[in-house]
Design a protein around this ligand. Structure first.
Ligand code: TMO
Length: 316
């Protein structure tokens, strides 16, 4: 082989090798297009949005936050306006999530370690005002209901449900279905903060209170009990053709992504698939805001700083 030929071959192979390694890198690198993270109206979700955004940024990604309706967001992810959802609560959002999943364009990206419960309940000190709780049958007693009357409740016991965007009429329907409508009325709070304000006000006034709440939450450590309604079974809700008497499921807490995300941002998508938080970790994210009074963004910064080992393990 001539000298010229040898040089040509080594030049060609150098080109081939660098082309292969260049495309290799290009295929595994994340797009600079921002990852769009939704924020909703309860604390752990917003803190976790900034926690996850912080991890993405640490990995070199661009991130954008958008306030989004917590039901409509699954359609937004499916069509690509929003990239991920990091708190898909089964009881509240399972149906919207499944609908989008079935249409295509959205992927189930696995569960957090934490299990969830979203239902009506009371701070433990209230139990003495309604003997028989947490069994829901205790609510049939008018001597119980009278301890939950408020100026706006028309002489009935009042239950305070969360914002109607979370479950529509699920709770009022259940109260009617269980035959409790003569003794109890359901009002909707405008925000999660209004639920926490109700807990404080009831305690101060020494009156009974039943509110919508969930776990994981900052109340996990504070003595809050969920009412035992008839058990949840598939199809028991009115929207699924059931009689609506059932309580909420022992639910999943899922993650979801737009179907293109693993292609456009393979590293971020792999991290997000691994990411999983426990009940204690999610409760702590909420506590930083709802008990310690931090902003969501500051809470996320503190959480990331204090839990480096936890989140660095998701990147590997
Ligand atoms: C979806 N939520 C945590 C408010 O029940």
């Amino acid at each position: 082989m001539g000298e010229k030929m040898r040089k040509l071959i080594s030049l060609l192979s150098a080109i081939v090798i660098s082309f292969v390694s260049f495309t290799g890198i290009a295929l595994s690198a994340d797009s600079k297009k921002p990852i769009v993270i939704p924020t909703h109206n309860w604390s752990s979700q917003v803190v976790m949005a900034y926690v996850i955004g912080g991890i993405f940024k640490e990995m070199g990604n661009n991130v954008e936050y958008v306030p989004a309706d917590s039901q409509a967001v699954y359609e937004s992810i499916r069509i690509g306006d929003v990239t991920i959802s990091h708190e898909v609560w089964e009881s509240a959002f399972g149906k919207s999530f499944t609908t989008a999943l079935d249409k295509g364009g959205l992927l189930d990206w696995g569960d957090h370690e934490a299990r969830t419960l979203e239902d009506m309940g009371y701070p433990n000190w209230v139990a003495k005002l309604c003997p028989g709780l947490p069994d829901w049958n205790a609510l049939k007693n008018k001597d119980c209901a009278k301890n939950f009357v408020t100026p706006d409740s028309g002489g009935k016991g009042r239950m305070l449900e969360g914002p109607q965007t979370w479950h529509g009429d699920l709770i009022p329907q259940r109260i009617e279905a269980l035959g409790l409508g003569d003794l109890w009325t359901v009002k909707f709070a405008g925000s999660a903060d209004a639920l926490w304000a109700e807990l404080k006000a009831a305690k101060k006034e020494g009156r009974g209170t039943i509110i919508f709440n969930w776990t994981p939450n900052f109340t996990d450590g504070a003595g809050f009990t969920f009412i035992d309604f008839p058990p949840y079974t598939a199809g028991c809700r009115p929207e699924d053709g059931g009689d609506g008497k059932c309580g909420s499921p022992d639910g999943y807490l899922k993650k979801a992504v737009n179907a293109d995300f693993p292609k456009t941002h393979p590293k971020a998508a792999a991290m997000f698939k691994k990411l999983s938080f426990s009940t204690g970790q999610i409760g702590a994210m909420a506590s930083l805001v709802d008990l310690d009074g931090m902003t969501h963004e500051d809470a996320a910064k503190k959480w990331l700083k204090d839990n480096k080992k936890v989140w660095k393990a998701f990147i590997k």
